[in-house]
Design a protein around this ligand. Structure first.
Ligand code: HPA
Length: 244
């Protein structure tokens, strides 16, 4: 049975789904990195694919922009397709001085100006945290691959075009946020609510305080390296997840 936003058949998705924001990136990942990729959904052009990576079944699907969009897809994947592990692979704007262009951030936790987790949590502060084992495995794999990564907190904003952005950035830097993006706090809230495990890996494409940014070629190369890490992590998780 398909859902409102996903037309895949039951069993079409693997236990582990990588999620970039852009559905064309999902297609790129599937066609470039997966063996025997098969398109499993295309409602609203939010493309999803399932294939094999390192002998394991892995899916990749776009999640769109912002917390409302990722929340719809993540919820339906977990609730209706039995997905157990969601790995967001996205870009972010670096904030802290120690974060550099091309760095990959392992988002251990996310603050947000969104109220979605308050809706879920009796208006209390919800700790939007990554799954610890996923984060640990990502750090170990990155070390083994010789890939520099930084683990820490990020901030998920509802607005891309934000009023009084200087004040916000100053506060985020002071409070230790490595980067800003628009989905992680929502993803971690959905994972908690629906009983799945989630992690976000974020490539630093812009450095906001200094205004530096990557060229499109550098952006692609840095994204590919992060995808390599995410797929290896996804395959390791797929191998570890007990059969349904
Ligand atoms: N703000 C929000 N999300 C982002 C940004 C930003 O500056 N850069 C990349 N994703």
């Amino acid at each position: 049975m398909s859902t409102i936003h996903i037309s895949a058949a039951p069993g079409d998705f693997a236990d582990v789904v990588l999620m970039p924001g852009d559905p064309l990136r999902a297609r790129y990942i599937a066609e470039r990195f997966l063996e025997q990729p098969r398109e499993v959904t295309a409602v609203r052009n939010m493309l999803g694919f399932t294939g094999q990576y390192q002998g394991q079944r892995v899916s990749v699907m776009g999640h769109g922009m912002g917390i409302p969009s990722i929340s719809i897809y993540a919820t339906e994947l977990i609730r209706h397709y039995g997905v157990r592990v969601l790995i967001r692979v996205g870009s972010c704007g670096g904030l802290r001085p120690e974060v550099d262009l091309k760095d990959v951030i392992v988002a251990l936790a996310a603050g947000t100006d969104s109220r979605v987790n308050r809706h879920r949590f009796l208006d209390h502060d919800f700790p939007a945290v990554a799954d610890f084992e996923l984060a640990r495995r990502a750090m170990e794999l990155a070390a083994r691959r010789g890939q520099p990564v930084r683990a820490g907190s990020v901030f998920s904003s509802d607005l891309f075009y934000m009023p009084d952005v200087a004040r916000l950035h100053e506060t985020l830097v002071r409070m230790g946020m490595l980067a800003i993006e628009m989905e992680v706090a929502g993803l971690y809230g959905v994972a908690a609510e629906q009983g799945a495990r989630a992690l976000a890996l974020l490539a630093v494409a812009d450095h906001l305080p200094t205004g530096r940014s990557l060229s499109s070629t550098e952006r692609e190369r840095s994204f590919d390296e992060m995808i390599g890490l995410a797929l290896e992590l996804g395959a390791a998780e797929a191998a570890a997840v007990a059969p349904r």
